[in-house]
Design a protein around this ligand. Structure first.
Ligand code: C2G
Length: 137
């Protein structure tokens, strides 16, 4: 059984996430997704709208995902790869080259990001709509 792993925040789950997970699952038989905890997102300098428990449940509901684990640190990847017998580490190419050290343990693939969509752009759109709504009341 070929095992794939990927890591991310997955805030405001959108088509960019779906495309990444779909392509990751197509590479093997089992896809494990490590979802960043709220505490780890603080280390990443990321704020999220959706709490970890909900982000993990949404990712787990995705048809391409076989298992969800928590991402609590930058350093856990090697342990995860060994523990789960991972064959391929996959992530979007916004991280191009950043995880090449994992090539010592498994195949490393950077997949093209989906254009014109991001959690931050959705958040900005929500803020604009909230402002417009306030002004129209
Ligand atoms: N992604 C994508 N296309 C987008 C947006 C995101 O392919 N338009 C991919 C990212 O490249 C990543 C995954 O979806 O592979 C999750 O994206 P984020 O939630 O932004 O994850 P990130 O903050 O990059 O966390 O240790 C690794 C980090 O936890 C990665």
């Amino acid at each position: 059984m070929k095992t794939i792993i990927t890591y991310g925040t997955f805030d405001l789950f959108h088509i960019g996430h779906v495309n990444l997970l779909s392509r990751a699952k197509a590479l093997g038989d089992r896809l494990i997704v490590a979802v960043s905890t709220d505490e780890f997102n603080l280390q990443k300098g990321k704020t999220t709208l959706v709490p970890f428990e909900h982000r993990a449940a949404v990712v787990a509901s995705c048809r391409y995902v076989d298992q969800v684990i928590a991402e609590v640190s930058w350093e856990q990847k090697e342990k995860d790869i060994r523990q789960f017998g991972v064959d391929v580490f996959v992530i979007g190419d916004d991280w191009q080259g950043k995880f090449d050290d994992l090539k010592a343990f498994c195949e490393v693939l950077y997949l093209p990001r989906t254009r014109n969509i991001s959690s931050s752009s959705i958040k900005q759109a929500m803020q604009v709509l909230a402002q417009l709504d306030k002004e129209l009341r």
